[in-house]
Each structure stands twice: as structure tokens, then as C-alpha cells.
Ligand binder design. Structure first.
Ligand code: PEP
Ligand code: MG
Length: 838
């Protein structure tokens, strides 16, 4: 349809005219929505430029469309980004579907409020139906004055559509914070116009022509709406794929989730990620999103705003104290203590105070200060710092809500909820109602994140690093979370659910048995003893390991002892820590202290380092310590103070060159001499770089022991970042290449009479125990809670059998084949065990 004779559009407002190209918004300026013009208003009542029907008026009152009898469609949009005002400052005078006269008042708005709280007051009048026009006014207009003359256009040729049965996409969840308002709707409609197929966007029972901006806006979508795209015609398939991808990506708006890959959404019934906390659960999807906070930039006076910020900080500190007091375990309490420390960070407070002094509000100042630091952390390309950024964002939000007086209400989640989120914050995780929440799934986060630690403390199964289309799952959808395998089953059948539930029950029974027998030695059926020690990062973990049957400490990650300190601990404090740990173990047990393994994924606040392009390949571990020998000297002195209280071993991380070992030994000898020690502690190295494994025969004469760090050995051997969420399933320590390097190391150590341990996560996997024992590993240093499980796994085996299976798997091609061979071996030689068969 098109106007049969020229139509004059009246000025909807008084004000100064601007070209669309001058509008500081690419979607409007590029005329993607339609051609028209812009008015910088001097009046506050928006009036109809033509007679017609209100084809859409946004609930927020910031935009309205009118369609006349001939199909001319005009969109009026007050201000830029005014959708964020959520209706504040606007009064709607008309309803959707209502007929209006040219010049009739449509919307009143408070110009001052809008100008102060939105990006701009510039108002757009766009001819979205596409008629060409001529301008009838100069620079300044009055409301009701003729403004544009529209020329008739020929009707567009009907789209050449080959109608057929419409194809439908799977339902998806709209990620845009403000729904499909004008700009994202225009981007979507524009993309839809690129296809010949007839395309519709569906929201519940409503449908909109996907090529019509106005129709899309009329759907009044909001974030979290479940939408579907349908298409009929030759390119329907391609249209659905492209448009679903566009929707998930936010149609040009930044959304919480990164770009999605769509194909698996349409076909897959399984989403995989990484296990953050073990276990399984069957329940319903509950999508979780934080509400947008409405923050006013200008303050009401520096003193008042400063007081508001201080009140918010004080209340947050008290809330965090309460969370620490209620914490289920020390890990949980420690996280909230670290959050409290962030609240006292002088740089953060300085930034906020500077903004208060510049007249900004408390909420604005605090948000700006925390966001700037979060961005800085995230931009460093370092997983561990990025995870601390999540902590800062979390505590920042907590304070912000307190300043704004927003109740941090516990979510109203339904029963049997499996939460799905881009990222959960530690605060959210700690406040979950575990009677209703059975587990959670996140796109972001990592197995080392604080959220993962909390999930384990709460006993909630959780997976992270799941593809972004998990955010498109409909609320209420029944899913099966198998966290042990890092899987979310989207269409589980009854048999799967029952199988998993039975396995879980068996797992519980078996775990209780292993716990009861934790004090028994880890001796195979044919009498071979394997030492089971603990990986620890605190005195508390040492004590816990002893109650769980641990036989010593195989890896003390010393860089974790003072993780949240801005200043280095004093030499005396360090010496005190090592001595206390050694005393807890006693003279009959091994204590393997690893010197600082800083760099890569482990920054240490009190050891500042320059940013590196490839931190994992940079100044990490022993390399950094040799660059700053004073650091190493001081640590050696502190460790040596504990000599005599336990069987002391010192271990160097990330060794790749023999010269590194020799230089470190010289420093150690000098420090021992200075302390008057007659005997050096044992000195060993981590085998976590392929060069060290391949040259183990060269290193062996110079060390007392090797301990294999399979986490790093895997990442460096397979050239796969150990924290890469998409590579998590392939960066598998069961890969025969890694196992062959372990074999090489053990052979070299044996030839020189040295012992070999494994302290990487592979040692904590019951499935790996036969192959490690079979290859000749003497000690397994495992994560504390798994000590009873690994001891029990050893007791079920016979060394002679293990040697056979170990040689077999070395000849396989891939990790999956090794895992399968070990499962088959296990099923054939050991009584059925749910731990291994899942
Ligand atoms: C390893 O790399 O396997 C290891 C034990 O060290 P970390 O995990 O601390 O790097
Ligand atoms: Mg390592």
C-alpha cells in the first residue's frame, strides 16, 4: 500500500532540526530503521504527524508508531537509549489500536529528567514504510507545522516466496536487557529482509512479520521472553539459522552472552561443559538474570553522597561478616573475607571519592570505580585474575543495591530448579536455597572459580563452560545434569534418569565405605604399597588430609598461602606457616613444599608482573624466581626454618632447563650454609614441561625426586590452554602422549634410584590409578577430599595386572580410547564400581 496523493507530515514537536546523519547512534544515523529527521526538542508534548492508527506504543512510552489507511508508517522515538528509563519521565496519552488525528497529543515527557538520565533528548521521526520525502521547513520548527511531504511510491513487488510448510526454530530466550526495542528490532528486520522466505517471529500466541520493524516492536518483548522464528520458502533454513544466531547475539546490542553457534541448538540434545562440582540431578531449567539497576549520575551534594556510599559499604561489610559466620566451610568463609578486603581497597575507594568530589552520586561513583577495575582485570587475559574480576563485580553489585535500597531478595525459584546463567556470582551461589536448587549450569566460570569452590562446599552438582545457547533453553524444560561427565541432557529419557539416580545411590554407599576405611594403607592385592599424599594450600587442609588418611603432603602450593595479600608476608610469618604445617605432619611424614609458582594463570598480588602476551609461556614458576632471586632466597630461608619437623622436600615448578635446577640448587645451598644446616633437604622438580620429561634421564642424577604435574604437562604437550572452556574435553591427561611422557620420566628416575610422584589432577582420578601404578609411579598426591577414594581404588588392584594395562594403553591413539580401555579393564578385574562406570 502507498499514499495515492502526496501526504504532509506535521512537526511532532517544536525544536531545532537535525539531519539523521548527525544523530550519534549508528542504527538511526545509517537509516536502517527508515529515513526521516531528528528534532532537538524545545517542547514536551509529542503530537501525531499524521492521522492514522497507533500501530504500536511501547509500554515505556518512549516510542510510538502510527500507520495510516494507505500503509504509511511513521515511527517517533523520543531521545536515545530512553528505553533504559523504563517509562520514568513519560506519560502516554493514547493506546495501541486507537485512531488519532494529525496534531493530536500522543506522549508527554519531562524534558529535564530525560536529558539528565538518558543519553540524549534528540527525537526521531522516521518514515519506516519507505516513502521518499521532501523537507518543508528550515532549521527550527513549531509543533504542527508542515514538515515533510511524502511522495507516493509504487507498491513493492510481492516477495517471490515459494510458500510451503513453515519451518520453526527451537525456542530461544531473548537476551536483550530491554527486549527488542527500536534499534535491535530494526537490525533484526533488516536481516530478515535479506531472505526471500516469509518469516515470522513468535512470542507465545502472538506473531509478527519479521520484516516489519513496527510489527516486531508491537510484540513488546522483554528480556527472557521465549521466542521462535518460523520461515517458509526456499531459503527458510538459512533464514532461521541466521536470524536465531542474530537474536542470541543481541541484534547488535551487547548482551551478557558471547556470540552463539547455532547449528547445535537446532539438532543437539546434549550440551557439554566442564565439571565444576560433581554429582547429578534431574530438574527443570530456571534461567537466572540480575535486574538492571537504575542509576542517576548526578549527586545531591558531596557530603550526602559520601555518607550514602559509606552506609552502603558498612552494610555490605556487615552482610559479608554474616555470610562468613554462616559459611558451611572454610573455603566459603574465605571467599567472603576476601570480598570484605575488596571493600577496603584504597585504589577503589580513591576512584569513587574522586567522582563524588566531581558531583556524582554515590551509586554512580561506586559503579564507575568497580566497573573500571573489573574491566581492567578482565582485559589482562588471565583466567585467575578474570575470576577475581567476577568477585569484584559481585561485591560491587552488593554495595550498589545497598546504596539504592534494593532488597537482595533470595530468588523465588521453583522446586527442583537447575539454574542456568551466563555466570553466577559467589554471593548468589552462597545464598541459593539448596532445598529447591538441585544444581547449576553456567556459560562462564571455570573449575577453579570461587563459584565452583562454593558449589562443591554446598554439594551442588555444577558444570561451567557450557555453550552459550544454553541461555536459550525455555524455563521449565526438564533436563538431566550429569556434572561428573560435564553434560546437560536436554531430552533425557526415563532410563537415563533412573540409571543416573541408581549410580548416585551406589556412589554414596561406596563413598561411605571408603571413608570408613580411610586409615588403611593403599596396598594393592599383591602387596605393593603406593603412598597417597595430599595437595594442600593451607594448614587447615593439611589437618583435614590427616583425618582422611593422607600419608603426607605431596604438593604444598605455596603461592596459594598468601593469595589475597597486597604486601609480601614477612620472612617470620612465612617461616611460621611452614613450621606449623611441618609440625602438623610430624617427623615421619613427607612435606613437599613447592616454591612460588607465580605467573601463567596464577598472579600474586604482592609479586607484580608485567602483562605478557602468552603468560603460560612466559615468566612462570622457577623462571620468575630466578629473575628475582631475592624472592627465592627469602622463601628458601623460610622453608628451611621448618627442617626437622617433617621430612622436608623442596620442589621447583616449571623447570624446563637443567641450568634452572642448578642455579636454584646453588641458592639453596648458600642459604642452608648461612643457617648452619648440616644437611640439605631433598630437592626435586616438577615434571610439567615436555622438555623436562623428555630429558628426565639428564635431570635424574641432579634431583632427589620428580613429581609430575599432569595439569601443565597436558596443556604443554597438547598445546591446549588448561582453562580453555571449549578445549576442556580434549585437553585430557589420559592422552597417550601424556602417558608416554610419564613412562619416560619413571624409567629415567628408576635408572637413577629416584622416586616419582604424580601431583596433577590425573592422580585424583580413580580411573587413572591402574595406569599410573602400572607405569611405576611411587606416590599419588591427590586433592584432599579424594584421599579415601584413591586409597580404596589402589586396594582393589593388583600391580601385575596394572603393568599389563599400562603398556596396552600407551599404544592407543587418543584419550577417549584410553578411558574406554580402562573402563573395560576395571569392569573385568574389579567388582562393579559406580565411581568408574558413570
Ligand atoms: C600441575 O601442573 O599438574 C600441577 C600440579 O601444578 P598446578 O596445577 O599448581 O599448576
Ligand atoms: Mg603446574
Amino acid at each position: 500500500m502507498t499514499p495515492s496523493k502526496p501526504l504532509e507530515l506535521l512537526a511532532p514537536l517544536s525544536g531545532v532540526l537535525l539531519e539523521l546523519g548527525q544523530v550519534p547512534d549508528p542504527v538511526f544515523a545509517s537509516r536502517m530503521i527508515g529515513d526521516g529527521l531528528c528534532i532537538d526538542p524545545t517542547s514536551q508534548t509529542l503530537c501525531a504527524p499524521l492521522a492514522g492508527v497507533i500501530s504500536n506504543i511501547q509500554d515505556t512510552g518512549h516510542a510510538v508508531s502510527i500507520t495510516d489507511d494507505n500503509g504509511v508508517q511513521v515511527l517517533l522515538h523520543i531521545g536515545l537509549d530512553t528505553v533504559n528509563l523504563a517509562g520514568k519521565g513519560f506519560t502516554r496519552l493514547v493506546e495501541e489500536g486507537q485512531s488519532v488525528e494529525a496534531g493530536q497529543a500522543l506522549i508527554e515527557f519531562e524534558a529535564d529528567y530525560v536529558a539528565l538520565n538518558a543519553r540524549s533528548l534528540l527525537t526521531l521521526m522516521l518514515v519506516v514504510s519507505g516513502e521518499p520525502f521532501t523537507l518543508l521547513a528550515d532549521d527550527v520548527v513549531e509543533t504542527g507545522q508542515p514538515l515533510l511531504r511524502l511522495s507516493p511510491i509504487e507498491a513493492l513487488d510481492a516477495v517471490d516466496e515459494e510458500e510451503g510448510d513453515a519451518l520453526f526454530s527451537k525456542p530461544l530466550t531473548l537476551p536483550n536487557a530491554n527486549g527488542l526495542h527500536a534499534r535491535p528490532a530494526a537490525v533484526f528486520a533488516q536481516a530478515a529482509k535479506g531472505f526471500n522466505a516469509s518469516i515470522y517471529l513468535h512470542k507465545q500466541t502472538q506473531s509478527a512479520n519479521a520484516k516489519s520493524l513496527v510489527a516486531i516492536m508491537a510484540l513488546q518483548t522483554v528480556q527472557g521472553d521465549t521466542l521462535q522464528v518460523s520461515a517458509a520458502g526456499q531459503d527458510a533454513d538459512a533464514a532461521i539459522t541466521a536470524l536465531v544466531a542474530l537474536l542470541l547475539q543481541g541484534c547488535g546490542e551487547p548482551v551478557v552472552a558471547p556470540a552463539a553457534v547455532v547449528a547445535p541448538l537446532l539438532s543437539s540434545t546434549l550440551l557439554t561443559g566442564v565439571c565444576a562440582s560433581p554429582g547429578s540431578a534431574f530438574g527443570q531449567v530456571v534461567q537466572v538474570r540480575e535486574p538492571e539497576l537504575n542509576i542517576i549520575e548526578e549527586g545531591t551534594g558531596e557530603a550526602a553522597e559520601r555518607a550514602a556510599l559509606e552506609r552502603g559499604l558498612r552494610a555490605a561489610t556487615e552482610a559479608l561478616q554474616a555470610l562468613q559466620n554462616q559459611a558451611a566451610g572454610s573455603a566459603q568463609a574465605e571467599i567472603f573475607r576476601a570480598h570484605q578486603e575488596l571493600l577496603e581497597d584504597p585504589t577503589l575507594l580513591e576512584q569513587a571519592h574522586a567522582l563524588l568530589a566531581a558531583g556524582k552520586s554515590a551509586a554512580f561513583a561506586w559503579r564507575s570505580a568497580t566497573q573500571a577495575t573489573v574491566k581492567l582485570f578482565q582485559g589482562l587475559g588471565n583466567t585467575l585474575i578474570a575470576e577475581r574480576a567476577a568477585d569484584l563485580a559481585d561485591v560491587g553489585q552488593r554495595v550498589l543495591k545497598l546504596i539504592l535500597g534494593i532488597q537482595d531478595s533470595a530468588w523465588d525459584v521453583p522446586e527442583c530448579a537447575i539454574l542456568v546463567a551466563e555466570q553466577l556470582t559467589p554471593s548468589q551461589t552462597a545464598s541459593l536455597d539448596t532445598r529447591k536448587v538441585l544444581g547449576f549450569v553456567t556459560v562462564g566460570g571455570g573449575a577453579t572459580s570461587h563459584v565452583a569452590i562454593l558449589a562443591r562446599a554446598l554439594g551442588l552438582p555444577a558444570i561451567c563452560g557450557v555453550p552459550v545457547h544454553v541461555l536459550a533453553l525455555a524455563n521449565g524444560k526438564q533436563v538431566l545434569l550429569d556434572a561428573d561427565k560435564g553434560e546437560l541432557h536436554l531430552d533425557p529419557d526415563l532410563a537415563e534418569i533412573e540409571h543416573l539416580e541408581a549410580a548416585r545411590q551406589q556412589q554414596v554407599v561406596r563413598h561411605q565405605r571408603d571413608l570408613a576405611q580411610a586409615a588403611l594403607p593403599a596396598t594393592t592385592r599383591d602387596g605393593h604399597h603406593v603412598e597417597i599424599t595430599a595437595n594442600v594450600a593451607s594448614l587447615q587442609e593439611v589437618q583435614q588430609s590427616l583425618t582422611l588418611g593422607g600419608e603426607g603432603v605431596g604438593l604444598l602450593r605455596s603461592e596459594f598461602l598468601y593469595l589475597d595479600r597486597n604486601r609480601a608476608p614477612s620472612p617470620d610469618e612465612q617461616a611460621g606457616t611452614y613450621t606449623a604445617i611441618a609440625q602438623a605432619l610430624g617427623a615421619g611424614r613427607n612435606l613437599v613444599v613447592r616454591t612460588l609458582d607465580v605467573g601463567g594463570d596464577k598472579p600474586l598480588a604482592y609479586v607484580p608482573m608485567a602483562a605478557e602476551t602468552n603468560p603460560f609461556l612466559g615468566l612462570r614458576g622457577i623462571r620468575l624466581c630466578l629473575e628475582r632471586p631475592e624472592l627465592l632466597r627469602e622463601q628458601f630461608r623460610a622453608i628451611l626454618a621448618s627442617a626437622g619437623f617433617a621430612r622436608l622436600h623442596i620442589m621447583l615448578p616449571m623447570v624446563s632447563l637443567l641450568s634452572e635446577l642448578q642455579l636454584a640448587r646453588e641458592i639453596l645451598e648458600e642459604e642452608a650454609l648461612a643457617l648452619g644446616l648440616s644437611e640439605l633437604p631433598k630437592l626435586g622438580i616438577m615434571i610439567e614441561v615436555p622438555s623436562a620429561a623428555l630429558m628426565a634421564d639428564v635431570f635424574a642424577p641432579h634431583v632427589d625426586f620428580f613429581s609430575i604435574g599432569t595439569n601443565d604437562l597436558t596443556q604443554y604437550t597438547l598445546a591446549m590452554d588448561r582453562d580453555h572452556p571449549r578445549l576442556a574435553s580434549q585437553a585430557d591427561s589420559f592422552h597417550p602422549a601424556v602417558l608416554r611422557l610419564i613412562a619416560t620420566t619413571v624409567t629415567a628416575a628408576r635408572a637413577h634410584g629416584k622416586w616419582v610422584g604424580v601431583c596433577g589432577a590425573l592422580a585424583s582420578e580413580a580411573l587413572a590409578v591402574p595406569v599410573l601404578i602400572g607405569l611405576g609411579v611411587d606416590e599419588l598426591s591427590v586433592s584432599v577430599p579424594l584421599i579415601p577414594t584413591i586409597k580404596a581404588a589402589v586396594r582393589e588392584l593388583a600391580l601385575a595386572d596394572c603393568q599389563v594395562i599400562a603398556q596396552q594403553v600407551l599404544g592407543l591413539a587418543e584419550a577417549a580410547q584410553v578411558r574406554e580401555a580402562l573402563r573395560v579393564y576395571h569392569a573385568a578385574t574389579v567388582e562393579p564400581s559406580p565411581v568408574l562406570e558413570n
